[in-house]
Ligand binder design. Structure first.
Ligand SMILES: Nc1ncnc2c1ncn2[C@@H]1O[C@H](COP(=O)(O)OP(=O)(O)OP(=O)(O)O)[C@@H](O)[C@H]1O
Ligand SMILES: [Mg+2]
Length: 1045
């Protein structure tokens, strides 16, 4: 928000200077008409200036003006657009002085005080009839129900609080000459708030309803609204049931006395709807509403009961149908009711006698009955409302705070004033007295006793009038009671005489007899005049005694006790008939209830709304200066303004002040150890109060301007946040530390347990390990002993680890010859296992081997058997695979050999002649049955395997081999000397096919071979650097081969 600063007080002037912050957005030129607070009025001693300010503002529709914290409100007599919800929002949480005067600002102020200081508040609305008290109280209630925080369960209470108004107004308000909606009862309403500031309940105290209106209204006035509302708005079946006609109220005697049943400003039809709805919201059930309406109907029917006198002078009822309705609605026997209305019961010497009533007495009894029924039903209604507004058990009453709203009937003067006006005006005197006591008197006394320099402001203290009315033994009420209780010929006139006797000479009391001259003329013979604080009122004594006695004849009471209408039977209890004591008179009862009310109000912090009626004609805009001046005067506004201007806006005991604001000063927070005045002085110094802003008395501090206090309050609000944050932080810190310590402790416990467990486990393992090692060593020492307990572990272990080692290192292939070394005790088992393993590998190998490879291997095995370790070039041949054939064989040769002699292998060879050792290229073919030597397509020699004697090779790396053939064979020319590059392969295959594996001869130095006819040739083998084949001189064939290994 932005605020506009306004200089509002004269610099160094009596009240000093003060900035008034006004909400910029809200302020308009119109708002600034005159002064918003009379304290700013330059000529504050001038009544004319005061009234002029009121008038100027009123003309602009500014009906509210402050005098300090008192709100002066002038009735606008028109709807103003200043009560909207937005307007309520604008006032929420805003300081009093920040915004233009408003009833909401005052309501907000008391609410804030309630919340911050936790002190019960009360708002006192005063002013004469029609000044706008009830309207203001409704606005306040609306404000609270709108802005206060809500709780789930407080919605109904809010609604009920709001709806209690239309119900009470329907039954307790009426049109008077002064006001079309005049409260004819006093109302004090407590609104209860919980500690969070949400409204949680309410309670209503009602004061003396003007019952006489039920039976009689002055000219131009009406009965209570509800009668007209029911007749105008009531649904047809309801009216029928109640025996009422939806017609002109003229049909009902009780509604015609004032001769104005219809008023343009009052919409009864709508009023009915509102009341009907309100009753439902408040919680009345259908039966209760019916019975309540029955009571309204009973009163109306009672009014229409007429009496006549027969020839013997006996009174009887002339309106039979009315009586019938009445007995029906009351739920009593018709004849009993009839008798009760026309006869009275007298108890004389313990005997009950019935005597007839005169016509006049019967009429009076009828009216009393109507008033009594209506009056008590009204009290019942208030009780019922209280039940519905009562806050429920879940809130303790201790934690609720209260704002009281007092709206009583305003001071009123009519042409004829009776007992009711006397009570009403007395009540207003009491309220004015409270205002005088709490503001003008006690405040000034306070300044004096506290030693604050003070010049007394004179004011009129109306205590003298209160005493005149209520003083024990001497007051008007005391005299009235005395006359009421007196046996004999007591009458209203004797009462007046008694008054003259005892009060004669009193400055505020005068009668026709006592007055002289002009005044005498103005006072009737049956009247007495009271000079009230608000003006002079003549009261006509007629009816005072009856109204004060307020007695209903016993006979009628008995009938009502038996009523079938529950409200009536609750209102008239049989106990009442038993009670021999005389009930308090009406005036005394009223006096006592007012005294109680004063006590209630005194216990709370009061805020005042002084309502002013601008004109008597209820005209919008009309400002009757004389009328307003009169009200300004009797309301004591000028005096109050003077006291305020010179005085202080706020005073508090040192203790309370220090306690509240000590947190704002480091020296006083959290506790002040010195004396209270020193503490307050220290605090005030720290708060930078200027000397003109405050004064320290003997036990109280006085603060001159509300602003100073508001600034301090704001600082406190801000400080509260800091304190709350500090508290929260400390608390959270404390909580977290505690939590941390708990967790830490828990962690340590867990850790120590866990460490213990781990330690114990480790120790156990160590022990077990040591035992094992010990057993192991012992076993090792005794490992060669027969198995015994001492070595069995070791032996088992050795066995186990060997077997595990075997398992882990099993040979993966047949070529892998590795095998773990067994311990001595497992040598045999190890061998078995090794064998099994190899067998297993072999069988596995065999299972997987291909036929060609198998053949290859078989041949290689044979080669190995023949040549392994014997021939020099054998190792070189091992990795070279044997092939199926190394030749392409001539077809002609194949044909020659035929199908029976299939060639299995062929290889190129060199054939050496047996004589000259000439080398010739030939092919050696191995068939199924013979070895064949071929030269191109020609078969040169054929050796059947059966004839082959053997094969010779050298041990060196040459490729020579000799096929030995028997010399006896005529077809053969001797042994065959051949050389082949694949000697190992060729010889092996030949040996296999000819089945001469064991006939292969490996010679070291030379091979002898047979030449035909018994001759022999020799081949000598020697090692040299390279291969050389020569025929030596001795006829041998010399083969030199390089050595390989
Ligand atoms: N603030 C307002 N705005 C508009 N109209 C108002 C306002 N205050 C009062 N009035 C008008 O004035 C009439 C009388 O006001 P209200 O009933 O509040 O007077 P009262 O002081 O309670 O009188 P009584 O003492 O007779 O009960 C209202 O019915 C309404 O028409
Ligand atoms: Mg009122």
């Amino acid at each position: 928000r932005k605020y506009l600063k306004m200089q509002v007080f004269g610099e160094g002037g009596t009240p000093g200077s003060c900035d008034l912050l006004v909400m910029e957005s809200a302020i308009s030129a119109r708002d600034r008409v005159g002064v918003q607070d009379f304290l700013l009025l330059e000529n504050y001693n001038s009544e004319a200036a005061f009234i002029e300010n009121l008038r100027r503002r009123y003309r602009e529709g500014l009906i509210y003006t402050y005098i300090g914290s008192v709100l002066v409100s002038v009735n606008p007599y028109r709807e103003l657009e200043i009560y909207s919800k937005q307007n309520m929002e604008r006032h929420r949480g805003v300081n009093f002085y920040e915004i233009s005067p408003h009833i909401f600002a005052l309501a907000n102020n008391s609410y804030r005080a309630l919340r911050t200081e936790r002190r019960d508040q009360c708002i006192l609305l005063s002013g004469e009839s029609g000044a706008g008290k009830t309207e203001a109280s409704k606005k306040i209630l609306q404000y609270y129900t709108h802005i206060c925080p809500t709780r789930n369960n407080t919605h109904t209470i809010r609604e009920r609080l709001l709806q209690s108004n239309p119900v009470l107004e329907a039954f307790g308000n009426a049109k008077t000459l002064r006001n079309d909606n005049s409260s004819r009862f006093g109302k004090y309403m407590d609104i209860q708030f919980d500690y969070k500031g949400a409204p949680i309940g309410g309670h209503i105290l009602n004061y003396l309803l003007e019952k006489s209106r039920v039976a009689h209204q002055n000219h131009g006035e009406r009965n209570f609204h509800i009668f007209y509302q029911l007749l105008e708005g009531g649904e047809e079946p309801l009216l029928k049931r109640l025996g009422l006609e939806k017609t002109n109220p003229q049909h009902y005697h009780y509604l015609v006395k004032g001769k104005c049943p219809r008023v343009s400003s009052i919409n009864d039809k709508n009023g009915w709807k509102v009341v009907r709805n309100a009753l439902t919201i408040i919680g009345f059930n259908e039966d209760e509403i019916q019975e309540l309406m029955e009571i309204v109907a009973i009163v109306l029917h009672l009014g229409n009961i007429q009496f006549g006198e027969d020839e013997e002078g006996e009174t009887h009822i002339t309106t039979g149908p009315q009586l019938q309705y009445l007995s029906q609605l009351l739920g009593v026997d018709g004849s009993v009711l009839k008798e009760a209305l026309t006869h009275k019961k007298i108890v004389a010497k313990g005997e009950e006698m019935i005597s007839p009533l005169s016509l006049e007495q019967a009429l009076s009894a009828r009216d009393s009955l109507a008033k009594a029924i209506y009056g008590r039903a009204f009290t019942w209604l208030v009780q019922k409302l209280n039940q519905s507004l009562a806050f429920k058990v879940y809130y303790s009453s201790k934690c609720s705070s209260i704002i009281g709203l007092l709206d009583v009937y305003g001071f009123e003067v009519f042409q004829h004033n009776s007992f009711e006006q006397f009570c009403i005006n007395y009540c207003n005197e009491k309220l004015q007295q409270l205002f005088v006591e709490l503001t003008l008197k006690s405040e000034q006394e306070d300044y004096e006793t506290e030693g604050v320099g003070w010049e007394r402001v004179e004011y009129f203290n109306n205590k003298i009038i209160c005493d005149l009315v209520e003083e024990k033994h001497k007051g008007i009420i005391a005299v009235l009671d005395e006359e009421c209780l007196r046996r004999g010929d007591a009458s209203d006139i004797t009462f007046l005489e008694k008054l003259e006797d005892s009060l004669g000479g009193h400055a505020h009391f005068v009668t026709h007899k006592m007055a002289n001259g002009k005044i005498r003329k103005a006072i009737g013979r049956e009247e007495f005049r009271l000079v009230h604080y608000a003006g002079e009122v003549n009261y006509n004594v007629s009816g005072f005694l009856d109204k004060n006695n307020d007695l209903l004849c016993r006979h009628l009471k008995e009938v009502l006790c038996q009523s079938g209408n529950h409200i009536v039977s609750q209102c008239f209890h049989a106990d009442e008939l038993m009670d021999q004591r005389r009930p308090e008179t009406a005036a005394t009862e009223f006096k006592l209830s007012l005294a109680k009310l004063m006590e209630i109000l005194m216990s709370k912090e009061p805020l005042y709304v002084r309502c002013i009626k601008p004109n008597d004609a209820k005209q919008p805009g009309g400002f009757d200066e004389v009328l307003v001046r009169h009200q300004v005067k009797y309301l004591g506004l000028m005096e109050y303004l003077r006291v305020r201007r010179a005085g202080f806006a706020y005073r508090r005991n040192f203790e309370v002040f220090l306690e509240r604001y000590k947190s704002l000063c480091p020296d006083t927070w959290p506790n002040w150890r010195g004396t209270l005045p020193e503490g307050v002085a220290t605090l005030v110094k720290h708060l930078n109060y200027k000397p003109e802003e405050y004064k320290l008395g003997r036990s109280k501090i006085f603060i001159r301007f509300p602003r100073t206090l508001f600034v301090t309050e704001d600082a406190l609000e801000a400080k509260k946040q800091t304190i709350a944050v500090t508290l929260q932080t400390s608390w959270r810190g404390y909580r977290e530390r505690a939590k941390y310590h708990r967790i830490r402790h828990a962690v340590i416990v867990i850790q120590s347990w866990w460490r213990g467990v781990k330690g114990r486990r480790k120790a156990m393992h160590r022990r077990q390990a040591a035992d094992t090692i010990r057993k192991f060593i012992k076993g090792f020492i005794l490992r060669n002993e027969p198995r015994c307990p001492d070595n069995e572990y070791f032996l088992d272990h050795v066995r186990f680890s060997f077997l595990m080692k075997v398992k882990r290192n099993l040979p993966k292939s047949l070529l892998d010859k590795s095998w773990p070394r067994p311990p001595p005790s497992l040598t045999e088992a190890s061998e078995h296992l090794h064998r099994m393993c190899i067998r297993n590998l072999v069988s596995d190998y065999c299972r997987r081997i291909q036929p060609e490879w198998k053949k290859q291997l078989e041949q290689k095995v044979v080669a190995s058997a023949i040549f392994g370790g014997q021939k020099d070039c054998y190792p070189q041949s091992v990795p070279k695979l044997f092939v199926a054939t190394r030749l392409e064989i001539n077809l002609k040769v194949l044909q020659t050999l035929g199908n029976d002699n299939k060639v299995k292998y062929g290889v190129p060879v060199i054939k050496y002649d047996r004589h000259g050792f000439r080398a010739r290229m030939r092919q050696l073919l191995l068939t199924t049955s013979s070895a064949v030597l071929v030269q191109e397509a020609k078969i040169k020699q054929r050796i059947d395997y059966g004839t082959l004697l053997g094969i010779s090779v050298s041990s060196l790396s040459d490729g020579f081999f000799v096929l030995h053939i028997p010399t006896t064979d005529s077809k053969q020319k001797g042994d065959l000397v051949l050389q082949c590059d694949y000697v190992i392969e060729a010889v092996t295959k030949l040996a296999i096919m000819a089945d001469k594996i064991h006939n292969v001869n490996i010679s070291q130095d030379s091979i002898r071979f047979a030449i035909a006819r018994g001759k022999e040739g020799v081949i000598d083998f020697t090692s040299g650097s390279d291969l050389r084949v020569v025929k030596t001189k001795n006829g041998h064939l010399s083969v030199t081969t390089p050595r390989i290994s």
